[in-house]
Design a protein around this ligand. Structure first.
Ligand code: IVH
Length: 692
């Protein structure tokens, strides 16, 4: 990576005995923290980037070799390697409000009538409204002083959000400086941060190719991105912004109508929505909402409604607020986009563990701005319940998430003549007779080692970030490797040459060499990763870690009996039996042996030093966590289980005893309380790093 000195660092770190490593880590952590501070906060770096990277690398190697020595304050536990201080609270000088909703034209008319009643004699015959697309992202408050962007914060509970200035500065649509007539001394502009549909879909494809989990929907992705501590994450993602309201304005006189104000803000260089329009009276509003609704599918971003606001600021002031929303505005919510299409086929897909699941193949259709041709079907029961038959017309609905669901069959005359879906007797990929475990709805292909679908999935998984982390071993590469017969089992990866790889589509000499180097480097992955990478059913990352740390060597794990395995915290009877069955299988044993022959190290974990005995191996162990808001990828129950699996505690409310608040989208009072108590607030990505 860095030539000579990098090799030297690696060689030394690789050879360092435990006690020396412990002492070196004690030096490295404070030193790296100090350089971070100098670089990011004080803007007074003492060493160049490369020297910093080498120190960091050295720490990483030592920590990988001796996970028990990872310090809680280690810079490697921060997201990415250019940490920003934990998100700090962001006070909104004028509150960021939410909107009440309307779901029908009738409710819109009620809204107009209500306003006229409140305004009494001041009510015009036709109230002038602004009708605007309601973007589905998250609200952001930008502060400009003398035309310069100085800060950006999320909405939070409306009064206090989080400071995300570091990420805001990476959003190209948000200008660093404004220009034009009559700039205020201080200006607060509110708007929505979101992913355009195209950028979102491309980003997801790239994630999939890299073996990283797809984002389910653009909104979660936007929230997760904006809350990252490391701005390089946001910088690499196509977030954008449109302004829709002003907060406090000091030192300037702005027009007396909302739309005119937004136009003014636009003239200073802040992006505003060109689809905003005015409507005189509620009939025009209703027409505008329906016109906007008709455009929905052709917009480059997702909208979930239309926001209707009284345009005249004097009337707004007269109408005022109720609790947290203004009386003068309302959000009309469109129903989730639903379309009809033909169910061409129910196909069967074989997963990594051999589960055979039905997938709906649809005649391609646009729904909510995205063309879809597949929908998930969970299992046989669902197919039977919906009574799906190939050739049926089906209603599908896509509410935010990328993959739509089949809602129902649209009755037609042909339905009764069509045959119910046949569930396969054999694996659709390798023809091995499928089996169904007692009492389970899932069909399985038992041919784990040579079913092409399982082999492809196993290899993809083996190379993924969560396992051996082989950069460049994306889905398309794996599929070709299997198809060309270059790889029939995981260990074949280590027999590949750069020359072999140049046979693949779009694989030049340089990428081939890089991939070979990444495969080579993966041989040194710690035991827990190498164990997880084997893809043993029920043995995920956290179980692999528990087992690896308990037994400390692959041979000990292979030799372990079910009774011994059950002694490991977090390992139950099912996991124990899966592990034993896996290693009892001759094919699997041969494959593990072959991996070792190729040089995969499955490195032994050194026993902890005496004073370390019983000390927590994970930075999460012994820490008290509170979870709040919607996390971008984990369900709260999953997050809880994973924290507990490594000895952390999860409680329901924030107190002085709380060590970490894990805050997701729409975190509310717990976040406020945590920040006021000085509890460290982290996002999901940071939690995952700590758990890793
Ligand atoms: S105005 C006082 N206008 O919808 C008015 N909001 O529940 C405050 N949103 O948090 C919001 N597009 O993030 C407004 N054109 C638009 C909007 C919009 C999307 C979001 C916003 C807010 C939520 C309201």
């Amino acid at each position: 990576m860095y030539g000579q000195d990098a090799n030297e660092v690696r060689r030394r770190a690789d050879a360092m005995p435990l006690e020396a490593a412990r002492a070196r880590i004690e030096e490295l952590v404070p030193e790296l923290i100090r350089h971070n501070q100098l670089y990011h906060v004080e803007d007074a770096a003492e060493i160049d980037d490369r020297s910093y990277d080498l120190l960091y690398r050295e720490l990483e190697i030592l920590e990988n070799r001796f996970p028990a020595l990872v310090r809680e304050d280690s810079p490697t536990l921060r997201v990415g390697d250019t940490p920003v201080p934990e998100l700090t609270p962001f006070e909104h000088r004028t509150p960021m409000l939410s909107l009440s909703n309307a779901f029908s034209d009738e409710e819109m008319r009620d809204f107009d009538t209500r306003l006229k009643r409140i305004l009494g004699d001041d009510a015009p015959e036709h109230i002038r409204y602004s009708v605007e697309p309601k973007l589905d992202g998250l609200a952001l408050n930008l502060i400009y002083e003398d035309g310069k962007l100085i800060a950006g914060g999320t909405r939070g509970n409306g009064t206090t959000g989080e400071d995300v200035t570091h990420n805001v500065r990476t959003i190209r649509a948000i200008p660093e400086s404004l220009s034009g007539e009559g700039l205020p001394r201080r200006l607060s502009v509110r708007g929505e941060v979101f992913f355009p549909t195209g950028g979102f879909l491309r980003m997801n494809e790239a994630r999939e190719a890299k073996g990283v989990k797809r984002f389910e929907n653009p909104r979660n992705a936007a929230a997760g991105t904006l809350r990252q501590l490391n701005p390089t994450v946001a910088a690499g993602r196509p977030l954008t912004f449109l302004a829709y309201a002003l907060g406090e304005v000091e030192g300037a006189l702005l027009p007396g109508a909302h739309t005119a104000q937004i136009d003014t803000v636009g003239s200073w260089g802040i992006p505003v929505n060109s689809l905003n329009r005015t409507a005189n009276g509620i009939d025009e509003v209703i027409a505008a909402i329906s016109e906007l609704g008709a455009k929905r599918d052709s917009l480059p971003y997702e909208i979930d409604g239309a926001v209707v606001k009284v345009d005249d600021l004097a009337l707004q002031a007269e109408l005022g607020f109720v609790t947290r929303s203004p009386r003068w505005a309302i959000a009309f919510k469109y129903p989730p986009p639903r379309v009809h299409t033909i169910l061409e086929k129910v196909a069967f897909q074989v997963g990594r563990t051999g589960a055979i699941t039905p997938v709906a193949w649809l005649a391609p259709v646009r729904v909510g701005g995205v063309t879809v041709s597949r929908a998930t079907l969970h299992n046989e029961d669902q197919v039977r319940r919906l009574d799906l038959r190939e050739g049926d017309t089906v209603a599908i609905e896509r509410s935010g998430d990328v993959i739509p669901k089949v809602v129902h069959v649209v009755p037609d005359e042909g339905h009764a003549d069509r045959a119910p879906v046949d569930f396969p007797e054999a694996c659709p990929e390798c023809n091995t007779p499928a089996s169904r475990e007692e009492g389970q709805a899932v069909l399985r292909c038992p041919n784990t080692l040579s079913c092409p679908a399982q082999v492809r999935a196993a290899i993809r998984f083996f190379g993924s970030r969560r396992a051996m982390d082989i950069d460049g071993l994306g889905e398309k590469v794996v599929d070709q490797l299997v198809e060309l017969g270059l790889v029939r089992r995981v260990s074949d990866l280590f027999a590949l040459s750069a020359h072999d790889l140049t046979m693949l589509d779009r694989m030049g000499k340089r990428s081939a060499e890089k991939l070979i180097a990444a495969i080579e480097a993966s041989k040194k992955q710690p035991l827990e990763r190498a164990l997880a990478a084997l893809g043993i059913s029920e043995v995920g990352e956290s179980t692999a870690r528990d087992v690896a740390r308990h037994f400390r060597s692959l041979d000990a794990i292979i030799a372990a009996t079910e009774e011994q395995l059950i002694e490991v915290d977090g390992v139950g009877a099912i996991v124990a039996s899966k592990l034993v069955a896996f290693f009892a299988d001759e094919g699997h044993r041969a494959e593990v042996m072959r991996l070792r022959e190729f040089g995969v190290e499955f490195p032994e974990i050194a026993p902890p030093a005496p004073e370390d005995e019983g000390s927590p191996a994970s930075p999460v162990a012994g820490q008290v966590f509170v979870l709040t808001g919607t996390l971008p990828t984990l369900k709260r129950s999953e997050a809880k289980a994973r924290i507990e699996a490594v000895g952390g505690k999860v409680t329901g409310s924030v107190s002085k005893k709380t060590d970490f608040l894990v805050a997701g989208e729409a975190a509310g009072s717990k976040l406020t309380k945590a920040t006021s108590l000085g509890v460290t607030v982290i996002d999901e990505a940071t939690l995952l790093e700590m758990l890793a």
